[in-house]
Design a protein around this ligand. Sequence first.
Ligand code: NCD
Ligand code: ZN
Ligand code: ZN
Ligand code: ZN
Length: 396
Amino acid sequence: MTLGLTNCRILNKGKLVSADVLIEEGKIKKIGTFSAADRVIDCKNSILLPGLIDSHVHMREPGFDYKEGFVTGSNAALKGGVTTFLDMPNTKPPTVTVAALEEKRILAKKCAVNYGFYFGTSVTNIEEIKKAKNIAAVKMYLNETTGNMKTDNVDVLKAVINYSRLTAFHAEGKTVQTVLDVYHKYRHNGNKLYFCHIARKIEIDALKKSDAYVEVAPHHLFLTENDVKRLKGFGSMKPPLAKKSDQAALWDGIKRGIVDTIATDHAPHTIEEKKSSVPPYGVPGIETMLPLLLDAAHTQKLTLTDIQRLCCENPAQIFRMKGKGHIAVGYDADLTLIDPKKKTRISNETIVSKCGWSPWHGKVLKGSVEMTIVNGMIGYKEGQFFKTQGREVMFE
Ligand code: NCD
Ligand code: ZN
Ligand code: ZN
Ligand code: ZN
């Protein structure tokens, strides 16, 4: 079974070039013209990107599947052009033991897109961390957030960065510098740091001279504290929405190459929970990130090349994902077709995520996801969903 895509445009050294793509057995077989395929789709000059890799999501299984689940969350991913996601450990039970990781592995088999897992920390689980196989990174929470997984013990921090080749942090404000100081002072064996959802100028300032990886989230790029009055609980997340000047520092960080990835921090909670007097932290984002970024590309806030680098190439490289992040022969046929001019209307009524709402409800954006291909299978095309089978990512 081969699938051929004709009349696509793909990015080549910053320029859009026309190409046809042939897919066979889930891999990219040929780029350029091909003679025949079992099924041919005319892409009508739409733009083909490598499938987006969302390196920060909370699919909520096990334990919180009333908020989201691997089926609904991965369908939302398909709609958003995301073909691979990395799932966070703040589930119930938390992913801090090999047994919990294996339980999650079984649950995730029902995903429509590809997936990988973070492994969490506790004060006592360093031996479990050492036993965990094929994980994206170790995740450490240094501030309070959903899931009560805060482990701000310096000995644990030292042990983790000494052992784990990549450690991801929830660290806010001055805590970013604290982590960097510990990193530079103690043995880390060339291991790397990855800072999740960087949201403020002081964090960017701490990170700009470091070689740590920097992730930013769409809610901090497209919303500020001025939106909180309107959004109320629906605008509550960690780190909180910040000032216009903080937001400007994030966009400037993208321009200057300080920011390495854009990831959604897809963190769904129910409408009821968000309406309560103590709304939990977090907003969904996996199905809206790409339209928001495409819209921003029209106002020169970033380029299509930036989107491809920050959402596809860099995550694949940072997390050492085999066969992902590029449109190249031999790579996995994870592909996202976009129309930069077609409009997307975000509405709570059409949100696929189980939570059923978006902080961007009512927004009309210029740019749309036309088709999402996972492992050579079409999972989403012009509003319709088709059966695909996701696989666990292999980390090199
Ligand atoms: C996340 C969640 O709900 O799991 N919430 C959030 O506000 N970002 C946890 C997190 O990423 O800190
Ligand atoms: Zn966090
Ligand atoms: Zn960097
Ligand atoms: Zn998160």
